[in-house]
Ligand binder design. Sequence first.
Ligand SMILES: CC(C)(COP(=O)(O)OP(=O)(O)OC[C@H]1O[C@@H](n2cnc3c(N)ncnc32)[C@H](O)[C@@H]1OP(=O)(O)O)[C@@H](O)C(=O)NCCC(=O)NCCS
Length: 138
Amino acid sequence: MSIKERVLVSRTIAVPADTNPWGDIFGGWILSLMDIAAGSIAARLAKGSIATKAINDVTFDTPIFVGDEVSVYAEVEKIGNTSMTLNIYVTIKRKGQDEELHAVKGKFIMVALNENRRPRPVREKWTDAEKADEVASA
Ligand SMILES: CC(C)(COP(=O)(O)OP(=O)(O)OC[C@H]1O[C@@H](n2cnc3c(N)ncnc32)[C@H](O)[C@@H]1OP(=O)(O)O)[C@@H](O)C(=O)NCCC(=O)NCCS
C-alpha cells in the first residue's frame, strides 16, 4: 500500500445489535471498526504486532442507521520511526440506495511493538526493496 492511497478495509451492515439504548447506532461500534481497520493496515506495514497509541480528531458527521451498509477506508498519512498515522474514513449507503455518503473520520496513531511490547522501528522488518519503494513513492 502506498502512502496516501485510500483503501477499503472492511464493509458490513449495521444491525439492531449495534444500536444504543435509544435505537441509534452506537458510536463505540463504529470506533471499533475504525480501530480494527487501522490495526490491520498498521500490522501489515510493520510486519508484526502493533498497538493503538492515540485516536485523534474523530468526528461523526452523518448519522448511521440500522440497515445502512458501512464501509471503512484507510489511508496512511505518515510513517514515523515507531509510529504510523492513519486516516480512517467511514462511509455509508442507505438501505436500497447507491449514493455513498461520508459519515465518520478520525486519525489513528499506531505503534509497532517488539517482543517486549515496547516501541520498535516500523521499517525494522522491511526489505531494502520496500525501503526503496517508500522513498520512490514519497
Ligand atoms: C503503545 C506503547 C507501547 C507506546 O509506548 P510509549 O513509550 O508510550 O511510546 P513513545 O512515547 O515512545 O511513542 C511512540 C511513538 O508514538 C508517537 N506518539 C506518542 N503519543 C502520541 C500522540 N498522543 N499522538 C501522536 N503520536 C504519538 C511518538 O511520537 C512516537 O512516534 P515515532 O517513534 O514515530 O516518533 C504504550 O504506550 C502502550 O503499551 N500503550 C497501551 C496500548 C494499548 O493498549 N492500546 C489499545 C487501547 S485499549
